[in-house]
Design a protein around this ligand. Structure first.
Ligand SMILES: Cc1cc2nc3c(=O)[nH]c(=O)nc-3n(C[C@H](O)[C@H](O)[C@H](O)COP(=O)(O)OP(=O)(O)OC[C@H]3O[C@@H](n4cnc5c(N)ncnc54)[C@H](O)[C@@H]3O)c2cc1C
Length: 491
């Protein structure tokens, strides 16, 4: 007899868990409040052209290949990866510029050419350091179960040695400053904290491994847009018998004694289940979904949010797939967001040309260009300053126009502020990546994939272990499915 599993959310973590549990023989139904799959990895349309509104860079594609292979297909059969050339373009107001590439060697050569051979040597040393962290962290702390002090101690000296190698005790900024003296290069290295929505001044140096994931292992686009990956995951799930119910918000999880036994939809319909997987944010589980009488977990501070827009932008032959325009003082962006809790005064501008990065065709003379500025999460009390977000968007786009990256006539055809993100993804406060990793024990505090309060309740999202970003969310879904399958037993 197959067991009934309900999944709350069709984001990456929910899709990954659904595929694996259906493949294990269980009957899976996915409920999502939104009209389609993907969650934060969404799409929108303007004047006949569809574009991505969320992620623009795919790292660790092997995680998705593993997921598709579990379902009898492969990533290569489902989507075509696009190699961005150059990988990333970095610009500064003082005129400095560097293009990084898909191999560490090519990136080191480019850094030497832009900032001198000492900077090139520093970058090489930094990349070797980030590779070491990644190799120590990946198997045990990223792909394995959620870390705990007890588990670490039980795993013995070899794991403890790995723990030292991941450099958790100093901050990311301190580690970067000890390895890199060239100021522009420091900006590039510190920016990797924002891939996790964290503050490099306090996030553990372990997060430097994100640089290796992108620059050593590689970052890709997907032909036709990132959403092609979501569509392929949804189709694969359907082929395995997963049922999707869109436009269905879940009001509450139900229980019998200490076991989760289903959910109630906002319309009042009850759905019985043998296990519940929550792809919604862990904060939403705690604030809204847990059954009455169950002790909530503590809620961690959110990662950063983002002011995002898509422009119908005139094609520029000299554009790069991904461009980052730093401010004159990058450190101020972090003090604005994390110390003063306000949008950056001079925001770093990120642009993704969706034609170059994903082969999207666009309109006759224009292409969709995604623009983003990092922003603090929405305040807890919901007293948002909508004017503040409007002003941030204006500052972000003005920087692009002043630098010649955008034209004054490029039209914003879609936008989403942190306030709108917070409204779309309940209890997230607009965070892009779940909780921030703003203390050295963040990985230990992040919710594990089995909820401690209730048997049969599992977490698969960027707000649960091992964290945010597309591949980690898919790993979260994998881990939740492993733990749920073990709980449910053989179908
Ligand atoms: C603008 C932006 C840029 C990004 N850039 C990148 C990038 O380049 N590379 C990268 O790897 N990552 C990037 N990310 C992060 C990445 O998109 C996310 O980490 C990931 O998509 C989150 O997946 P998730 O599994 O946590 O689910 P989510 O996407 O958070 O989806 C959760 C789903 O649960 C549903 N839900 C919530 N509550 C309920 C309820 N009560 N009832 C029913 N349904 C509910 C929601 O509607 C949603 O569909 C970016 C994110 C954003 C927003």
């Amino acid at each position: 007899m197959s067991k009934q599993v309900v999944v709350i959310g069709a984001g990456i973590g929910g899709l990954a868990a659904a595929i694996r549990l259906a493949d294990a023989g269980h009957a899976v139904t996915v409920f999502d409040a939104l009209p389609r799959a993907g969650g934060k990895a969404g799409i929108a349309e303007h004047d006949g052209v569809t574009f991505d509104t969320g992620p623009s860079l795919l790292t660790m594609p092997e995680v998705f290949d593993d997921l598709f292979r579990a379902a009898g297909t492969s990533l290569a059969e489902q989507v075509r990866l696009v190699d961005p050339v150059p990988a990333f373009r970095y610009l500064w107001p003082d005129g400095a510029a560097v293009d990084l590439h898909r191999t560490p060697e090519a990136s080191v050569t480019a850094v030497s050419a832009a900032f001198g051979s000492k900077a090139g040597a520093e970058f090489e040393r930094y990349l070797a350091y980030t590779k070491g962290i990644w190799e120590a962290a990946n198997g045990t702390f990223v792909s394995g179960p959620a870390p705990s002090v007890g588990r670490l101690l039980r795993m013995g000296p070899a794991t403890l040695a790995k723990f030292t190698k991941i450099d958790p005790m100093r901050s990311m900024k301190r580690a970067v400053e000890s390895l890199v003296s060239e100021p522009h290069l420091r900006d590039i290295c510190l920016r990797y904290a924002t891939y996790n929505g964290s503050d490099p001044r306090v996030a553990p140096a372990t997060l430097n491994c994100i640089a290796w994931v992108e620059l050593g292992l590689g970052g890709w686009g997907i032909e036709g847009g990132l959403y092609a990956l979501i569509a392929a995951l949804e189709q694969t799930a359907k082929r395995l018998g997963v049922v999707f119910a869109y436009g269905e918000a879940v009001a509450r999880i139900t229980r019998t004694g200490g076991r989760a036994d289903g959910l109630v939809l906002r319309g009042g319909v009850s759905v019985a289940a043998d296990a519940v997987v929550v792809n919604a944010d862990a904060a939403h589980l705690t604030r809204a979904l847990l059954p009455e009488g169950i002790k909530p977990s503590s809620i961690l501070p959110p990662s950063t949010s983002g002011m995002t827009a898509v422009l119908r932008a005139a094609r520029q032959p000299e554009r790069a797939p991904h461009t980052v325009l730093f401010p004159a003082d990058y450190g101020r962006e972090f003090s604005d967001m994390f110390d003063r809790d306000r949008p950056p005064e001079e925001p770093t501008l990120y642009l993704c040309s969706q034609s170059l990065a994903h082969g999207r065709s666009g309109w006759a003379a224009e292409e969709p260009v995604f623009a983003m500025a990092n922003a603090p999460a929405e305040p807890l009390d919901g007293a948002t300053d909508a004017d503040g977000w409007v002003a941030l968007e204006a500052r972000m786009l003005k920087r692009g126009v002043d630098a010649g990256l955008l034209h004054a006539t490029d039209a914003v055809v879609w936008r989403r502020s942190p306030r709108e993100l917070a409204a779309t993804f309940p209890d997230t406060r607009g965070a892009l990546y779940g909780a921030a990793s703003n203390d050295r024990f963040a990985a230990f505090r992040r919710p594990a994939n089995s909820a401690p309060q209730l048997d049969g309740l599992f977490l698969a999202s960027g707000s649960a272990h091992p964290g945010g970003g597309l591949p980690l969310c898919a790993l979260s879904g994998r881990r939740a499915a492993i733990e749920a399958a073990s709980y449910l037993g053989q179908p």
